[in-house]
Design a protein around this ligand. Structure first.
Ligand SMILES: CCCCCCCC/C=C\C=C\CC(=O)SCCNC(=O)CCNC(=O)[C@H](O)C(C)(C)COP(=O)(O)OP(=O)(O)OC[C@H]1O[C@@H](n2cnc3c(N)ncnc32)[C@H](O)[C@@H]1OP(=O)(O)O
Length: 719
């Protein structure tokens, strides 16, 4: 809806009304068309101000409407009509003017913005381009290079920067609507000829081809397979090289290709998934809206290795006072320096003062006595963590929330070391903890809803995408990673190379293939876990039995590399070779290829041709299958939780929506059929056996992902 009122005698004030962000739904667009017409034809109205209700100008097109057939008046002619009026129209921007919201403002003759508001054309993050004239007007207003950067990144711009770039005409600290009303009155009678951006020529650029070549190269490199950034460059090129009308035609053509693309659907799904995970629920029925978090002002971190340092930084940057504890003096001194450095660099980037004073350091665990919440981040060893939890129980004040940053150990077992297991949750950060967006909040069977609510709220405060998950080996992310990596190892046994597997996964859109990733994180990490699980058997050297452990197919390849000291990047060799330890440039290693050949010969393994399709199906479908098991087990409440975890923590390409969304896109029946095939070929690989929830979903007609929860609920009610 949009409402027209007359204020200050002769100003037609149009207020967009569609909470929470005044998105341009069909009703709002209709409202704008009607009120503009009315204001223009009202002789008492001399000028028009457009604003949004509740302190937000407009969050853009209503993303919820994208999946459905278009109704209501289209945006492009609506904005043209505003630009063409003979009465000045001024946008009063509070909160945000994003996407179609900024395009609407660019159709106005002037723009006044509040100093705390921001503007931007983030369509590219939704797999789209600014197709209500944004790609044609913005370059005409601020020049091609600046517009290219804003449109291809989707970056939000502060009011101050918007003024500097020339996007807005004035910044105010006062009441934006009052200021804009006065401004509108002051420009009544002035010619509007020079205020219609569509009539501007694009400011000339000296070497246009070079500018676009560089931009295209940049987006191709950083977008890794995403089509919208490339299309955005093409649209801006149209602005720079074509008359406005033809540029608009091109904008629409390009938008049409994006609008129906799977990538746009995936990215829009991610937008809502990111927000849906904050509405968490537990199998007990506890929920986000009925569980009240505790206030946390003082936190503590135990253990200042890489993870502990990052967590301390994340907490301090969120404004909490932090006690950082490390028992070893030398490690404590190193950590102090490292944490201060990270805080200083972060503050410089964000243009704020570093929160150095918020962190205090101690080698004595007694220092955490007054903390409201403690995050244990010591070495991944159950006995050590148990000891820390026992100490914490003795030291902390009553009611302190005890959290563990374990990546796979049993949170409930740790909880049992304390007299208040309801106050224990997992807070699984991802390295580097002050940078990575994902936080898995792990609840055990005894964790209280209040403890979960507190950890989730703290995650939000730290700017994380926090996902509440149940307690099981590896939780959600690492549990799904296991079958994925296992398939990659098996593919090497069957004839693939690390390069082939990684190339297939990187072309799919992963930032790094499984072997490069494994070299980066260190092969010894998994080796230690496998040893603890009793899987590593140094005596089993040849024959089929050497590749069977605990009754199922097993590849000892990773163990054999570790026995050679090939721990990955830090050792200068792993699945690849590196110029020196710590170098990041992975090169194919003839030693490794020779080693694989000898290994296959020793075990009598035939080599066959493996193509990218098989790599993707084996690795990804095994991972997805485990995702369905996780849903079936109630470890994740819905597919959005799994997808958010993979997109924000595991480098899954956002434009593919996450593993569960991807399964829906390729077709659940297809995934099931391929898993059945692979399981038939490899009956000794339980991870390839299709999960019963997947069968159930296919049997119920492969409903859209939004309906999976209904099927899952039915499955759970029958258990
Ligand atoms: C056939 C081919 C031709 C087709 C031609 C079509 C022509 C189309 C022309 C123009 C197209 C324009 C494209 C766009 O405008 S796309 C939208 C661009 N806008 C955005 O990307 C902004 C998205 N929103 C945000 O960034 C934030 O929400 C923000 C506005 C900054 C507010 O942030 P915050 O205060 O943190 O609040 P939340 O993010 O939690 O959001 C609150 C709730 O509002 C919902 N929301 C937000 N934006 C939208 C939107 N644009 N549409 C619908 N809903 C939106 C959000 O989901 C939250 O809801 P909930 O609490 O239920 O999760």
């Amino acid at each position: 809806m949009a409402q027209l009122t007359r204020v200050s005698g002769s100003v037609g004030l149009i207020t967009l009304q569609n909470p929470p962000v005044n998105a341009l739904s069909a009703a709002v667009r209709q409202g704008i068309v009607d009120t503009v017409k009315k204001a223009v034809s009202d002789p008492l109205v001399k000028c028009v101000v457009i604003c949004g209700q509740n302190g937000v100008f407009c969050g853009g097109a209503d993303i919820r409407e994208f999946g459905a057939p278009m109704t209501g008046p289209p945006l492009v002619p609506m904005i043209h009509a505003i630009e063409a009026t003979n009465k000045p129209v001024v946008a009063a921007i509070e909160g945000a003017a994003l996407g179609g919201g900024l395009e609407l403002a660019l159709g106005c003759h002037y723009r006044i913005i509040h100093s705390k508001a921001r503007v931007g054309l983030p369509e590219v993050t939704l797999g789209l381009l600014p197709a209500a004239g944004g790609s044609q007007r913005l370059p005409r207003l601020i020049g091609v290079p600046a517009a290219l950067e804003l449109i291809t990144t989707g970056r939000h711009v502060s009011a101050a920067e918007a003024l500097k770039l020339g996007i807005v005409d004035q910044v105010t600290d006062d009441n934006t609507v009052d200021t804009t009303v006065k401004f509108a009155l002051s420009v009544v009678g002035r010619s509007l000829e020079s205020r219609r951006i569509s009539t501007f020529p694009c400011p000339p650029v000296s070497d246009l081809d070079a500018v676009f070549d560089v931009a295209m190269q940049r987006v191709r490199q950083s977008a890794r397979g995403a089509i919208a950034p490339v299309t955005c460059v093409q649209a801006v090129r149209a602005a720079a090289t074509l008359p406005y009308t033809q540029g608009m035609k091109r904008e629409q053509e390009l938008m049409a290709t994006l609008f129906t693309s799977g990538q746009a659907r995936a990215l829009q799904y991610c937008f809502f998934a990111q927000r849906a995970v904050s509405r968490w629920s537990m199998p007990s029925g506890a929920r986000w809206d009925t569980s009240k978090p505790r206030p946390i002002s003082k936190a503590a971190v135990i253990g200042l290795g890489t993870m502990g340092r990052g967590i301390a930084v994340a907490l301090a940057q969120a404004g909490l006072s932090v006690v950082a504890v490390e028992t070893q003096e030398k490690q404590l001194m190193d950590a102090k320096q490292a944490v201060s450095g990270m805080l200083e660099r972060g503050a410089k980037r964000r243009g704020v003062a570093p929160a150095l004073g918020l962190v205090s350091y101690s080698h004595n665990i007694q220092a955490v006595a007054e903390a409201d919440l403690v995050i244990e981040a010591v070495f991944e060893d159950m006995d050590l963590k148990k000891k820390v939890f026992q100490q914490l129980s003795a030291v902390c004040k009553p009611g302190t929330l005890l959290c563990t940053n374990t990546s796979s150990l049993d949170v409930d077992h740790l909880a049992s070391q304390t007299p208040s297991p309801e106050l224990v949750v997992g807070m699984h950060f991802f390295a580097p903890a002050h940078v990575m967006k994902l936080l898995e909040v792990v609840y055990g069977p005894r964790s209280s809803p209040q403890a979960v609510a507190t950890a989730m709220q703290l995650g939000k405060k730290m700017g994380k995408v926090s996902v509440a998950v149940g307690n099981c080996r590896g939780f959600v992310g690492n549990r799904m990673l296991k079958p994925y990596m296992e398939q990659a190892f098996f593919l090497l046994e069957e004839g693939a190379t690390p390069e082939l597997v990684d190339q297939a996964l990187e072309e799919f859109g992963f930032a790094m293939g499984v072997f490069r990733m494994s070299d980066l994180s260190g092969l010894d990490v998994g080796w230690r876990v496998r040893k603890a699980d009793g899987l590593v058997d140094p005596d089993a050297t040849s024959g089929r039995s050497a590749r069977i452990r605990q009754g199922r197919r097993y590849s000892p390849l990773g163990d054999l590399l570790c026995e050679q000291g090939r721990f990955g990047q830090k050792a200068g060799r792993g699945w690849y070779q590196y110029d020196k330890p710590g170098s990041r440039v992975a090169k194919p290693d003839p030693w490794l290829h020779n080693f694989l050949e000898q290994y296959r010969a020793r075990h009598g393994l035939g080599v066959r041709h493996i193509d990218h399709q098989e790599v993707l199906e084996r690795c990804l479908y095994a991972l997805i299958n485990e995702g369905f098991r996780i849903l079936e087990d109630g470890i994740a409440a819905g597919p959005e939780d799994i997808d958010a975890i993979y997109v924000f923590g595991y480098g899954w390409p956002r434009y593919r929506g996450g593993p569960m969304f991807y399964a829906g896109m390729v077709g659940l029946a297809n995934v099931l059929e391929r898993l059945e095939h692979f399981h038939q070929v490899h009956p000794d690989v339980p991870y390839l056996q299709p999960c019963s929830l997947l069968r159930r979903l296919v049997a119920s007609g492969s409903p859209p992902i939004q309906k999976w929860r209904e099927v899952i609920r039915k499955v759970h009610s029958q258990l």
